[in-house]
Design a protein around this ligand. Structure first.
Ligand code: CP
Ligand code: NVA
Length: 314
């Protein structure tokens, strides 16, 4: 185990990074992506270990973190909550104290955001939120990175989020305060973003973008530079499936909706996608979609995040 920097940092939401740090993170992610494409890997995290606590399933987050640690010379441990004592009632605070004695950083995918906060509070090593019911910071950083890579700055751009006011919607709300985009969220009645997250965004000193809520997906998408959606049924909401399918009727991103956006608008989805529910295959596989590059970029951005938190510098 390698000593961690004195004052550890965590990544629980986008509020844990300022604008300059996000820019530095993206610059390092670009370098790491480029060097990997050229066949080089750097061993910056040699001898370091990441523990990955999962209370929910995952494909992208699990694999990109594990591969990322390996490529940087370190090691990642997959810790399913069902198979460690956390699943038998050992508290998060006690688990945090113990795991900090073995590991150089922790990642957690959990339900209540408070679990990630508690883990970070009691862990003496950096904690990364790999998705909570409130936020998905690794995904939003990747989405911002992917847009910049394809189109440049998001400042002044119109971003349309169509669907559930969930962890991805919340992450975009915080992002608008950092990148200065005009975010319009179209959500059905009873599925608006949490007002506490909207308040949090209003309070940000760096607040530069605008946030608008509407019930009309068409209004949200008109002239948009970027259109985003996410599943209507997030992990843990499976029992609400029928009710949600009814509520989200009319909120599908299809080609007729995409045609209202700018001609060169991008389409993003954090995945997994539920084809013909929140998005049609025609859009997902179509000319606007950048979802596969977006998924790939999780690897490059997270390697930069891991270096930042484990080495204490970007
Ligand atoms: N986008 C995302 O976090 O995917 P996984 O649930 O597969 O990790
Ligand atoms: N909103 C989705 C995102 C999956 C990556 C969920 O929480 O299940």
């Amino acid at each position: 185990m390698t000593p961690t920097p004195k004052k550890k940092r965590d990544l629980l939401s986008l509020l844990d990074l300022d604008v300059a740090e996000i820019a530095m993170l993206f610059s390092r992610a670009t370098e790491l992506k480029q060097s990997l494409k050229e066949g080089h890997t750097s061993q910056t995290l040699a001898g370091r270990t990441l523990g990955m606590l999962f209370e929910k399933p995952s494909t992208r987050t699990r694999v990109s973190f594990e591969v990322g640690m390996y490529q940087l010379g370190g090691h990642a441990l997959f810790l399913s909550s069902k198979e460690i004592q956390l699943g038998r009632g050992e508290s998060i605070s006690d688990s945090a104290r113990v795991l900090s004695r073995y590991l150089d950083a922790l990642m957690i995918r959990t339900f209540a955001h408070e679990n990630a906060v508690t883990l970070a509070q009691y862990a003496t090593v950096p904690v990364i939120n790999g998705l909570s019911d409130h936020f998905h910071p690794c995904q939003i950083l990747t989405d911002l990175f992917t847009y910049e890579e394809k189109r440049g700055s998001l400042a002044g751009c119109k971003v349309a989020f169509i669907g559930d006011g969930n962890n991805m919607a919340h992450s975009w709300i915080l992002a608008s305060t950092k990148v200065g985009c005009h975010l319009v969220l179209a959500c059905p009645v009873n599925y608006d973003p949490d007002p506490r997250v909207l308040n949090l965004a209003q309070q940000q000193p760096e607040k530069v973008g605008t946030i608008t809520l509407t019930r009309d997906p068409r209004e949200a998408v008109v002239d948009a530079d970027l259109v985003i959606t996410d599943t209507w049924i997030s992990m843990g909401q499976e029992q609400e499936r029928q009710r949600r399918l009814r509520a989200f009727h009319g909120f599908q991103v299809d080609m007729s909706l995409m045609r209202l956006a700018k001609k060169d608008a991008l389409f993003m989805h954090c995945l997994p996608a539920h084809r013909e529910e929140e998005v049609t295959s025609e859009v997902l596989d179509g000319e606007h979609s950048v979802v596969w590059d977006e998924a790939e970029n999780r690897l490059h951005v997270q390697k930069a995040i891991l270096e930042w938190l484990m080495l204490g510098r970007i």
